[in-house]
Design a binder for this molecule. Structure first.
Ligand SMILES: Cc1ncc(COP(=O)(O)O)c(C=O)c1O
Length: 402
């Protein structure tokens, strides 16, 4: 499905982008210090400080900085023992990065649906799959349909809203699986009062340019297990067994975040609470401003979640709204307002052909009806009002603005 513009296309005056970074704190000071002192690469005080502060923020024992969330997921899965021919269960409705991390290891995604209210991986369907769709063999869980070993669960905190982790953790302990929480969208969110990112056995964060806080590009692996974190550090720095003599006993990766990026991360982290509050306010204003507009719906906030509201999205019911989500996308684009559909469900992705699909009708509906709205931390109330009025005016047969 094509959209009438590419993200990052030149923006004219009055253009409202989907989601751009907010840089307004100590970024320049900290980065300048790296440049002035020559500590620009993957060792330096800011790497250590960024790790310590993320660990403290999440209340987790260990944090290891990576070049990206995808790299953190790759190593997290490797640490979970995922290998060639294994399977990892993840939601079909997500950005594709976690599935690619699975494929980097020669393993295969098992694609589960999301629940229609909160859009998170459907724990009931996953439980059904493990109970009825798998058999136990020599202490391993074997997918009856593919004959492959199921090794891990990879829930994604979609749109910044934590997945329902307790039932997934119960399934993991019942079936001996590792849970890698993809919290790349949910930093600052809470699940039953606990910070997103620390809810599984291993968590992955992202500091990509469009995330709640950014280092330009970057990620973090978090866990409580010191030995695991040590191994993550070793693997992400080319697996040096003797750094002086350049002895390497296994394949490593060049996945370590630079000190410059970490310096930016430290500065961004100082604003995390403000940024999350801004994102939550923006989402609240959409919910309020679009309440009662025919054919416009939202993801429900689960009672157990406090969403970081990384991304705000609406569902467009074409029959009630008078146009479908792509029609509305085009209409908004014509007014200089950037929006974006939700991700193509992964069970429909040609890049993942051969993955096991548990049946994902909800993901398909959300994909066809979903539209992500401008939600930059710096979105002004007047620009947001423009978006709300444009959506309301886009409905068949009337206008909220009238
Ligand atoms: C759900 C999800 N997982 C993983 C990633 C990958 O993070 P990164 O871009 O830092 O590699 C992203 C975002 O980019 C994401 O949205």
């Amino acid at each position: 499905m094509s959209t009438p513009f590419e993200p990052g296309a030149p923006a004219g005056e009055g253009f409202i982008p989907l989601c751009v970074p907010e840089v307004r704190g100590n970024e320049w000071t900290y980065v300048k210090e790296c440049l002035d002192t020559g500590w620009v690469s993957s060792v330096g005080k800011y790497v250590t400080r960024f790790e310590e502060r993320i660990a403290a923020r999440l209340g987790v024992g260990q944090a290891v900085a990576f070049t990206s969330g995808t790299a953190a997921l790759h190593v997290a899965l490797l640490l979970a023992g995922v290998g060639p021919g294994d399977e990892v269960v993840l939601p079909s409705l997500t950005f594709i990065a976690p599935a690619f991390a699975v494929r980097y290891l020669g393993a295969w995604p098992v694609l589960a649906d999301v629940d229609p209210r909160h859009w998170q991986m459907d724990a009931e369907q996953v439980g059904g799959f493990l109970r009825q769709g798998c058999r136990q063999e020599g202490g391993q869980i074997i997918n009856r349909a593919t004959g492959r070993r199921v090794k891990a669960l990879l829930p994604v905190d979609l749109m910044g809203h934590p997945a329902d982790m307790d039932p997934l953790m119960e399934l993991a302990s019942e079936f001996g699986l590792t849970v890698v929480e993809d919290a790349t969208e949910s930093l600052g969110g809470l699940y039953k009062g606990r910070p997103a990112g620390r809810l599984g056995h291993i968590g992955a964060l992202s500091f990509n340019g469009n995330k709640v806080i950014t280092t330009g590009g970057g990620g973090m692996l978090v866990c409580d297990d010191q030995a695991l974190a040590q191994r993550a550090r070793y693997l992400s720095t080319q697996a040096k067994d003797d750094p002086l003599e350049y002895v390497h006993c296994q394949v490593g990766y060049n996945y370590r975040l630079s000190n410059i990026q970490a310096a930016m991360g430290c500065a961004q982290l100082e604003s995390l609470d403000d940024y999350v509050a801004a994102k939550q306010r923006i989402q609240g204003a959409y919910r309020e401003g679009l309440a009662g507009v025919p054919g416009i719906g939202f993801m429900e906030q689960a009672p157990w979640a406090l969403s970081a509201c990384w991304m705000s999205a609406v569902l467009v019911d074409p029959a009630a709204h008078g146009q479908d989500s792509r029609g509305l996308l085009g209409a908004l684009h014509g007014q200089g307002i950037q929006t974006r559909p939700l991700w193509q469900p992964l069970h429909q992705s040609p890049a993942l052909a051969g993955s096991h699909n548990l049946g994902c009708p909800v993901s398909e509906r959300l994909h066809s009806q979903g539209l992500c709205l401008p939600c930059s931390v710096g979105l002004t109330p007047s620009d947001q009002e423009r978006v709300i009025l444009a959506i309301a005016a886009g409905q068949g047969g009337g206008s909220r603005a009238a």
